[in-house]
Design a protein around this ligand. Structure first.
Ligand SMILES: [Zn+2]
Ligand SMILES: [Zn+2]
Length: 300
């Protein structure tokens, strides 16, 4: 979910709440119509009665129901139009609300249009409100907020551009963190987005986002190759291409590629720590002894 989507979820909860209430009322009205104008059931008993009734109604009052199927079909078509309208009005409601709202490019929290800095994280807020961000710079159309491209001319909207820039800036700051925390390891330049470095007791993990997992495996393989080019290699008693090691200033750098896709296939995760493989980095497999006689053969 994008920064923007998250903010919309938070900031527009109220708007959607109102829309949901409208929806509720409207559904009640529509279902009243479908129930032949009978009042909404007020309690369980009435509801049960109604569920039991339709068959009786059809058999008892055939004339009255003759024209109903067509009317029913019309009703469901109308219902589709109704939902489209509702979605439309929820959107314009949101756009209306967006006129007084800014979204923090750093944490995604919504705040009032007069705020200069995010009350949540202190980041500088954009000059534009959310609604202004949906005004097309090319043709001037006020688009629904949450739209990426102008609904009239297809131009990328300022809000979408700002979101991309914020995402790039966030990735850049994670890469700066890499220099600080993982500087001894080759830097990730294998694609993906929404980078994240987590620090645990004895190791770090790096993760990048690949929508639908597209290209994730290729990216990890590319990183594996870069590691090898930088002198990382399988080592120890159980050498494996999923655990690559390199001695660096007397310490053993270890990259764990084994558990890349154990979490989420869209978020490959690579582990980094300072640890030697089983048997030690310099482990050399002993030559099997050639039996030279009965004594060796029977281990006497
Ligand atoms: Zn913020
Ligand atoms: Zn436009």
């Amino acid at each position: 979910m994008g920064l923007f989507d998250k903010a919309m979820k938070q900031g527009l909860g109220e708007a959607l709440g109102k829309a949901a209430k409208q929806l509720d009322q409207a559904v009640n009205q529509v279902s009243n119509q479908m129930n032949g104008g009978q009042p909404q059931p007020q309690n369980q008993q009435m509801q049960q009665q109604q569920y039991a009734q339709p068959q009786q109604q059809y058999s008892q009052q055939p004339q009255q129901n003759m024209g109903q199927p067509a009317a029913g079909a019309g009703l469901s078509a109308g219902l589709g139009g109704f939902f489209a309208n509702l979605e439309k009005s929820a959107k314009s409601f949101a756009t209306e609300l967006g006129k007084d709202m800014k979204i923090c490019p750093n944490c995604g929290k919504p705040s009032g249009k007069d705020q200069q800095f995010c009350p949540e994280c202190g980041a500088k807020l954009p000059e534009e409100t959310v609604a202004e961000g949906a005004i097309c710079p090319n043709c001037g159309k006020q688009n629904d907020i949450g739209t990426k491209f102008c609904q009239d001319c297809g131009t990328k909207l300022p809000s979408a551009v700002a979101e991309e820039q914020a995402a790039e800036a966030a990735d850049a700051s994670v890469m700066a963190q890499w220099d600080e925390q993982l500087g001894a390891f080759p830097k990730w330049n294998c694609g993906g987005s929404k980078y994240n470095i987590e620090m645990y007791d004895n190791y770090y993990s790096f993760t990048a986002f690949f929508p639908q997992g597209m290209g994730a495996e290729a990216a990890v393989n590319q990183y594996r190759q870069i590691l090898q080019q930088e002198g990382f290699q399988p080592a120890g008693q159980y050498p494996s291409m999923d655990h690559l090691y390199k001695m660096y200033n007397g310490r053993c750098l270890h990259v764990d590629l084994e558990h890349c896709f154990e979490g989420d296939y869209e978020w490959p995760t690579i582990g980094f720590d300072l640890s030697e493989p089983t048997g030690g980095f310099d482990y050399v497999k002993p030559e099997p002894k050639k039996p030279t006689g009965l004594k060796d053969l029977f281990n006497l």
